[in-house]
Ligand binder design. Sequence first.
Ligand code: HEC
Length: 166
Amino acid sequence: MSLKVSSSITTKSIFFIFAVSITLIFGFIYYPFNKTVEASVSLKPKNQEIISLGKIVYDKNCASCHGVNLEGQKDWMSRLPDGLMPAPPHNETGHTWHHSDKYLFMITKYGIEDIIGQKYPNNMPAYKDILTDKEVIAVLSYIKSTWPNKVKKIHDQINDRENKQY
Ligand code: HEC
């Protein structure tokens, strides 16, 4: 009798340990894998196929706020009456090119609040449930492809500097 009880406890605890291990193993495999995808984000402003897809994504999802020609909203540096900021241009007159590939990807996918980690009411939608990672990379690659060579080069250096920190 006592043997039976202890053996059923053993079976239960073995099952429990097994379940925990599986969860941990999958957690450890999945978590870094997931993060690696984002750490290795790299825009492809010279790849014609990606840029063409990016333009379609841009016209459909971004142009209404950031402008058909990436010019941004009127008076984009002044707050709107509701206290929020208008959409900035994505051409070289804005500050999109001040940010690394990875940062632009994260902002577009998760939204500004998620990235800065604090409340910050703003009009920029998060695209994680709307666009695939490929589409986010494509739209940002399209944006980068429109910048003058000089700006593209500075942007490459911003990426190089950030990648060296890891
Ligand atoms: C509903 C309007 C709206 C749409 C649609 C929109 N944005 Fe924005 N976006 C904004 C606003 C407003 C900001 C600035 C928010 C702030 O700083 O308060 C912004 C900021 C950004 C920034 C940060 C720029 C910087 O220099 O810090 C990026 C990158 C960006 N948007 C990309 C996109 C992309 C890519 C799309 C389309 C997939 C898109 N946005 C669609 C309104 C929009």
